[in-house]
Design a protein around this ligand. Structure first.
Ligand code: MIC
Ligand code: SF4
Length: 648
């Protein structure tokens, strides 16, 4: 039986275990990336590990999330990251250079390599034929220190693309269709591998749009082959030498296969408040739009922005629409400027924001109360835009451009009726390249003093697993709780390096009283326990969704199911993820109930079933835990850092 691309790349990187979908394997990581919001903690953890230098082929530290710099906190973090990168051998990408995933694709991504990133949209690198996986900062720190990364060997789903997209239908619509088919739950442990004749019609940035938003389906990653299109992209980036061909064997073995005819797709949108809520744009035709945001790591490439620029050439943005653009990178901004696109966008009334995450993370451009906001980004969770009552719809750049003109949700194909022709934007044969915003590490690390401003604190220590967990259900939540629900980003994100302060915002969007109630329980010597529905911890890789709960004394989450990255983060911080043996037991437990999980330590050590006693209701029920031997040792030690300390 032949091999898929995923199997080919992973087999070359496996250092423990073997290719066996469903079982844990450890892989060698060639490259890492961090961004500032997760990077400060990752580098603090890296420092705590005591490695003298990063041991990967390449580690890049990007600054792209917290670039607003209201107050000293962001600037302190940036300076810390710059000094720590120089000392330990990482490349530093300065604020203004662009969004980590876009920049990495342009300047560093290499087909066939593994890339671990402390950001859930790291799979963007799959567009160039990498196995690019998102993880918590601590896992990335371990990889930087030369340790392997542990994953469940994935089940590979082949997505056979046929035909060609029609004019006005975009790569974004492909991935929105994937979300309609696969939804945002239940794909844990799978990888999407794209294949078929249709891939030839998609450029690398279009492929990257598709792999980027695979994250919303919950798959471990998504990957495209590395072919002549990849080669042309790398040539245009002055990096043809980085190209290698990567394709599956013709008789490769897949877990599942689906066909997707590109020619049959239509413009789609994800309506509030989940990227999995899919409708056609036509269905919402005529809905008034207040804001249009073009950018994010999903849709901010040269092709995306030039397409919108050409559609808007000579037009003006509708008076009711606030239209903002955050270009994906300095390279994108510079190239659209040189090719005239920037002038057309400015002339149409676009508000040009910094090349950074910006609006996508609710860090700026929060829309007005009850606004309808059309965004080319990847997440429309409740409150993520910074305005709780706003309704965010995820769309393609083409659909975004149509709304800029009409002030309404408009199927972009209808622009033809207004005499606007579909602009066929060619990929540049050669990009204008300027790498001056990267700072390369020095060979004299001893000369570098690490900068630590008052915003930089030490990562809090965790406690080992007690004999029994005894505490209270601090909060009971529904299905599909995202890490944005658990700990918000936006304006609060500047406290990422200050865990006690950041913890004040835990579950804020659902229940602002959570923090004070949890503190009371913790300070009375009891444990906090969270009860959740399906797919708990969707969305981002932010380890603060586990680190801050750990700081508040959380020891267990009992859910119907969990998402991959969040599960790993909980384990990394000594919190045990438990699943109901019988989902109906979810209905028998309430916020405020007194809970005991007796003998948890011994059961994890020796094996056997775990029982949860509800002392308030005088009932009990069984729970499951799926932990490898390594994960059991981590949980018992109270988390990865404590475990590593015990080892040395
Ligand atoms: C996101 O899109 O939610 C983020 C902000 O990029 C996060 C990372 C973070 O919270 O710092 C992600 O996707 O992992
Ligand atoms: Fe940045 Fe948004 Fe992409 Fe997250 S999803 S990396 S916040 S642009």
């Amino acid at each position: 039986m032949g091999k898929s691309i995923v199997q080919k790349i992973l087999e070359k990187h496996i250092v423990e275990g073997k290719w066996d979908p469903g079982n844990e394997v450890a892989i060698k990581i060639d490259q890492t990336l961090t961004q500032d919001a997760t990077g400060t903690m990752a580098y603090l953890q890296f420092e705590a590990m005591g490695a003298p230098r990063v041991k990967t082929e390449l580690s890049v530290s990007y600054v792209d999330h917290n670039t607003v710099q209201i107050g000293f906190e962001n600037a302190d973090d940036h300076k810390y990251l710059q000094s720590v990168a120089a000392k330990y051998g990482a490349v530093y990408s300065r604020a203004g250079n662009g969004i980590c995933h876009q920049v990495h694709l342009e300047r560093f991504g290499k087909p066939g390599k593994t890339l671990l990133g402390s950001d859930s949209h790291n799979p963007t690198g799959g567009g160039i034929g990498m196995i690019a996986i998102g993880a918590g900062g601590l896992d990335v720190a371990v990889a930087m220190a030369g340790g392997p990364f542990y994953i469940t060997c994935p089940k590979v789903i082949k997505v056979n693309l046929k035909g060609k997209l029609k004019p006005w239908v975009a790569a974004k619509d492909v991935v929105l269709k994937m979300l309609e088919i696969f939804t945002t739950k239940g794909n844990v442990g799978c990888v999407f591998e794209y294949s078929g004749e249709g891939i030839k019609t998609l450029s690398v940035p279009e492929r990257a749009t598709i792999t980027n938003m695979g994250a919303e389906c919950g798959v471990t990653t998504s990957v495209f082959p590395s072919d002549d299109t990849t080669k042309a992209f790398l040539r245009a980036q002055g990096r043809e030498k980085d190209w290698v061909e990567i394709k599956p064997d013709s008789d490769a073995d897949y877990f599942k296969e689906i066909d997707l005819d590109l020619g049959e797709l239509v413009p789609l949108t994800a309506y509030p408040h989940s990227p999995g809520n899919i409708k056609t744009v036509k269905e919402l035709d005529g809905m008034n739009v207040d804001q249009v945001c073009l950018g994010s790591c999903t849709n901010s490439s040269y092709k995306d922005l030039m397409t919108v620029a050409k559609i808007l050439k000579g037009k003006k943005s509708h008076p009711n629409v606030s239209f903002v653009i955050a270009p994906g990178s300095k390279q994108v901004l510079e190239n659209i400027a040189r090719d005239g696109g920037l002038t057309d966008l400015i002339s149409a009334g676009a508000r040009i924001a910094e090349s950074a995450c910006g609006f996508c993370i609710g860090n700026s451009q929060s829309p007005k109360t009850d606004a309808i906001s059309l965004r080319t980004s990847n997440r429309n969770f409740l409150g993520r835009s910074g305005t709780k009552s706003a309704q965010a719809y995820l769309v393609s750049p083409e659909t975004a451009a149509a709304a800029v003109i009409t002030g309404k949700m408009t199927d972009p194909r209808d622009l033809e009726k207004m005499g606007i022709k579909y602009p066929n934007v060619e990929m540049p044969r050669e990009f204008y390249i300027d790498d001056s915003m990267f700072i390369y590490p020095l060979d004299t690390p001893e000369k570098i003093k690490i900068y630590r401003g008052p915003n930089i604190g030490d990562p809090p220590a965790s406690l080992p697993m007690p004999d029994s967990i005894s505490g209270e259900v601090t909060i009971k939540v529904e299905d599909q709780i995202t890490t944005d629900h658990i700990i918000p980003a936006g304006s609060k994100m500047k406290y990422r390096s200050n865990v006690p302060k950041y913890s004040e915002f835990l579950f804020e969007v659902i229940d602002p009283t959570f923090h004070d109630r949890a503190a009371k329980i913790r300070d009375s010597g009891k444990h906090n326990i969270v009860i959740a529905g399906l797919s708990y911890g969707q969305g981002s890789s932010r380890e603060h969704a586990a680190l801050c709960p750990m700081y508040m004394g959380l020891k267990a989450v009992i859910a119907k199911s969990f998402e991959r990255i969040h599960t790993a983060n909980l384990i990394n911080f000594g919190i045990i993820p438990l699943t109901f043996k019988n989902d109906k037991d979810y209905n028998k437990i309430e916020q405020g109930d007194d809970i005991e999980i007796p003998n948890v330590k011994n059961v994890i050590k020796k094996g056997g079933g775990l029982l949860v006693k509800n002392k308030t209701k005088n009932t009990e029920f069984e729970v499951d835990y799926t932990l490898s031997e390594r994960q059991k040792r981590i949980i018992l030690a109270g988390g990865t850092l404590a475990y590593m300390k015990n080892q040395s």
